[in-house]
Design a protein around this ligand. Structure first.
Ligand code: AMP
Length: 408
C-alpha cells in the first residue's frame, strides 16, 4: 500500500514524499481510511508506531478539503515535549496546506499563546492544565472544534489530567470527530473512551515488544552498589552514538548524571524539575549529537523522538511493565535497530518478572567481561511456576542473543 492510495489530498501526499516516508506504517494504513470517513477512532498504539501521522494526516486532509477560519482541531497531550513533537508533525505535513498551528503549554507566556489564537490558528496542540487556564479566563472558545484528539491518554490518566480533560471536553463542540490513542486499554481508559467517543472504530497495533524485531534486549544482574560502575563500563564498551539512560527518580537521575560527567561523558538530564527552557536546550543538544548520554525519568522522556538513539539503558528496572515498553520503544523506532539494556539488582527481580510476563519475552542475562563483580551475577532467569499459562501469545519468545553488542 502506498500513501497515494489512502485517499489523502495531493498536498499531503507531496508533503509525505518530502519527508521521505515511503509507505504507511500499519497503524497509518488502518487508521487513516477510517479517520477520513469521519468516524471516531480508538487506537491502541505506542509511541514509535507512527500514530502521530495516523491522526495528523486525515485531520489535515479534512481541513484542506474544506478551508474555514477558526480553531478547528484540538490535540491534548500529556507533556510539553510531546506537544512540541506533535506540532512539528502538523507543520511538516501541513507545509503545503496553509494550516496554522499553536502550541499551548505550561511554562511559556500566556500572552503569546492568546495572540497566536487571535492571528487565526486552526490547530491547537495543548497540555490540559494550561489550556484549561485559558478557557477559564475566557481567552478563547472551543465550541467550533471539529476534531479532538486525546494522545497518550493512558499517560494523561496516570498524570492526573482526567478531571481537566473532562472539563475541557464539556467546552468542546459535540459535533466533532474524536480520536483517542493509548498504549494500553485499561478499564479506566475504556471509561474515558465511553465518555469522549461515539461508536468508535477500534484500531490495534501490537506493542513494540511483540513486533520490533530490531530491538535486542538484555539484562545485566548486578548489585546496587556496583550499578553506576557497571553502567560506566558498559558505556565505554559499546560503540554508542546517543544513549538514553532511564532512572526512576529525579534525584537518582541528577546523581547519576554528575557521576557520569566525572568520567568525561557529555551528559544531559531531563526530568520534571528542570525548567522548560532547560529541557528544550537539553533535547536540542541530544538531537544534534552534542550530548552523548541523556539521563531521564519516565515522565520527562515520554514521547521523545530522537531518530538515532542507539541504546536505551534502564538504570532501574521500571516498576510498571508498561513503562518498560515505553522506554525501549525509544530505540528501534520506526524499525531502526536499537539495543535495550536493563541493569537489575537482586531486589528488582520481581519487577523484571512482571515485565517478562507482560511482554512474553524472557530476556537473556549477561555479564560484562572483565568487570570486577564483587558478587558473581546469577545468569539463569528464575523458572516460572509450572501451572502458569505460557503467556499472552501462547508461547514464550526469547530475545535475540546479545553477544553482538560487544563486537560492534
Ligand atoms: P510516532 O509513533 O508517531 O511518534 O512516530 C514514530 C517515528 O516514526 C517518527 O520518527 C516518525 O517520523 C516516523 N514515521 C512515522 N510514519 C512513518 C512512515 N510511514 N515511514 C517512516 N517513518 C515514519
Amino acid at each position: 500500500m502506498a500513501f497515494s492510495q489512502l485517499g489523502l489530498h495531493p498536498d499531503l501526499v507531496r508533503a509525505v514524499k518530502t519527508m521521505g516516508f515511503e509507505q504507511p506504517m500499519p497503524i497509518q494504513e488502518k487508521a487513516i481510511p477510517l479517520a477520513l470517513q469521519g468516524v471516531d477512532v480508538l487506537g491502541c498504539a505506542q509511541t514509535g508506531s507512527g500514530k502521530t501521522a495516523a491522526f495528523v494526516l486525515p485531520i489535515l486532509h479534512q481541513l484542506r478539503s474544506q478551508p474555514r477560519p477558526g480553531i478547528r482541531v484540538l490535540v491534548l497531550v500529556p507533556t510539553r515535549e510531546l506537544a512540541a513533537q506533535v506540532i512539528e508533525v502538523f507543520r511538516d505535513f501541513g507545509r503545503f496546506t496553509g494550516v496554522k498551528t499553536v502550541m499551548i503549554i505550561g511554562g511559556a507566556g500566556y500572552h503569546g499563546q492568546r495572540q497566536a489564537i487571535a492571528r487565526g490558528a486552526q490547530v491547537v496542540v495543548a497540555t490540559p492544565g494550561r489550556l484549561l487556564d485559558h478557557l477559564e479566563q475566557g481567552a478563547f472558545r472551543l465550541d467550533k472544534i471539529e476534531h479532538l484528539v486525546l494522545d497518550e491518554a493512558d499517560r494523561m490518566l496516570d498524570m492526573g489530567f482526567m478531571p481537566s480533560i473532562r472539563a475541557i471536553i464539556h467546552r468542546v463542540s459535540k459535533e466533532r470527530q474524536t480520536m483517542l490513542f493509548s498504549a494500553t486499554l485499561s478499564r479506566e481508559i475504556q471509561q474515558v473512551a465511553a465518555f469522549a467517543l461515539k461508536n468508535p472504530q477500534r484500531v490495534d497495533v501490537a506493542p513494540p515488544t511483540a513486533t520490533a524485531e530490531g530491538i535486542s534486549q538484555v539484562v545485566y544482574p548486578v548489585t546496587q552498589d556496583q550499578k553506576a560502575d557497571l553502567l560506566i563500563a558498559i558505556l565505554k564498551a559499546i560503540q554508542m552514538r546517543s544513549v538514553l539512560v532511564f532512572c526512576r527518580t529525579r534525584h537518582g537521575a541528577d546523581r547519576l548524571a554528575r557521576r557520569l560527567e566525572g568520567f568525561s561523558f557529555s551528559v544531559g538530564v531531563l526530568h520534571a524539575s528542570r525548567t522548560h527552557s532547560q529541557r528544550v536546550h537539553t533535547m536540542e543538544s541530544f538531537r544534534q549529537g552534542h550530548t552523548q548520554v541523556l539521563v531521564a525519568t519516565d515522565i520527562a522522556a515520554r514521547g521523545i523522538d530522537v531518530r538515532e538513539i542507539s541504546h536505551v539503558i534502564n538504570f532501574d528496572v521500571p516498576r510498571h511493565p508498561e513503562d518498560y515498553v515505553h522506554r525501549v520503544g525509544r530505540t528501534a523506532r520506526a524499525y531502526r535497530v536499537g539495543d535495550a539494556i536493563t541493569l537489575m539488582e537482586p531486589m528488582e527481580q520481581t519487577f523484571l518478572s512482571a515485565i517478562e510476563r507482560f511482554t512474553n519475552i524472557v530476556f537473556p542475562r549477561a555479564v560484562l567481561p572483565n568487570f570486577p563483580y564483587k558478587v558473581k551475577p546469577r545468569l539463569e532467569p528464575p523458572k516460572p511456576p509450572s501451572n502458569q499459562p505460557s503467556g499472552r501469545f501462547g508461547r514464550r519468545r526469547y530475545a535475540r542473543s546479545y553477544s553482538a553488542l560487544f563486537k560492534r
